[in-house]
Write a protein that binds this ligand. Structure first.
Ligand code: MG
Length: 259
C-alpha cells in the first residue's frame, strides 16, 4: 500500500491511500490498525501534499555510499561505524513545497536518500528482526549548505534550515531495499539526472542501521531515518526544480526558491 497526507478543503491534514496517481480519502491510522480507502479525492498532482508522516525525530546517516565518501574528500576513509546526525522536524516539507535557500551565495546541495519510516517502538533491535519495526519507505532530500557544514564542524545549522528536509510524496509499505537489485535512488535537477544508484550500494544497510541506531536511542512510530546519499550531489539554485526518485515509492519534486 502507498499512503499520503494531504490538506483537505477545510485545511485539515488527512491521510489518503494512493492508487496509481489517484488519492482516496482514508480512515484509520497507518500506525495502529491500518488505513481504509474511501472515495477518490483527486490526483496526486492536484492536492496539497504534506510530509507523509510527522516524526518526533529525523535521524540521518552521513557517508553511507562509498563513492559519495570519496567525492566529498578523495582521501577520506569509508566509516567503520555509521555516521549519525539529526535534522529537526521543522525542516520538513512535502512534495511540491518550495525549498527556500537560506544562503544563496553558499553552495547548497541536493542529496537524494531512501527514508525509512519506523512503525513501532524500537529499542535494542537486532538486525535480523529490524523489518518488524518498519512501517515503510519514502523519498527524502537532505538539503545541505556546504560552506556552513565545513565551517561548523557539525551539521545542525547546515542541514537544519526550514524546508531543508523534503519528504514524500508517499510512504510505500511493501518494499525491501535489501532484496534483489535494491531500490533505485535517483535525483534529477531540472530534468537532468545527477545521482543514480541503488540501495545495494549502501555501506550499512537498513537492518544494520536500525540495529545501530536503536542501540543508542529509542525509535518511536513515525520517526524517520535518512539513510545517506549516493555520489553525484550538486548545487541547487532559486528557479531550479529538484526531483528525488526512490524505486517503488515515486518522485518527490520540489521547486527551489530564495528565502
Ligand atoms: Mg545526507
Amino acid at each position: 500500500m502507498k499512503f499520503v497526507r494531504y490538506q483537505d478543503g477545510a485545511g485539515q491534514a488527512r491521510y489518503g491511500v494512493l492508487d496509481g496517481e489517484t488519492v482516496h480519502a482514508a480512515d484509520g491510522d497507518p500506525f495502529a490498525g491500518g488505513l481504509t480507502a474511501g472515495s477518490a479525492v483527486g490526483a496526486l498532482g492536484e492536492l496539497t501534499l504534506l510530509p507523509p508522516v510527522q516524526p518526533g525525530k529525523i535521524v540521518c546517516v552521513g557517508l553511507n555510499y562509498a563513492a559519495h565518501v570519496t567525492e566529498t574528500d578523495a582521501t577520506r576513509a569509508v566509516p567503520e561505524e555509521p555516521v549519525l546526525f539529526m535534522k529537526p522536524p521543522s525542516a520538513l516539507v512535502g512534495h511540491g513545497a518550495p525549498i527556500a535557500i537560506a544562503n544563496p551565495d553558499n553552495r547548497t546541495d541536493h542529496e537524494a536518500e531512501l527514508a525509512v519510516v519506523i512503525g513501532r517502538r524500537a529499542r535494542g533491535v537486532a538486525a535480523a528482526s529490524a523489518a518488524d519495526y518498519i512501517l515503510g519507505y519514502t523519498a527524502g532530500n537532505d538539503v545541505s549548505d556546504r560552506p556552513l557544514q565545513q565551517k561548523d564542524g557539525q551539521w545542525v545549522r547546515a542541514k537544519g534550515f526550514d524546508t531543508y528536509c523534503p519528504l514524500g510524496p508517499c510512504v510505500a509499505t511493501d518494499l525491501d531495499p535489501t532484496a534483489g537489485d535494491g531500490l533505485a535512488v535517483v535525483s534529477r535537477l531540472n530534468g537532468e539526472t545527477k545521482q543514480s544508484s541503488t540501495t545495494r550500494d549502501m555501506i550499512f544497510d537498513v537492518p544494520a542501521l536500525i540495529a545501530y541506531i536503536s542501540g543508542i536511542m529509542t525509535l518511536e512510530p513515525g520517526d524517520v531515518i535518512m539513510t545517506g546519499t549516493p555520489e553525484g550531489v550538486g548545487p541547487m539554485r532559486p528557479g531550479d526544480t529538484i526531483e528525488v526518485e526512490v524505486g517503488g515509492v515515486g518522485v518527490l519534486r520540489n521547486p527551489v526558491t530564495a528565502r
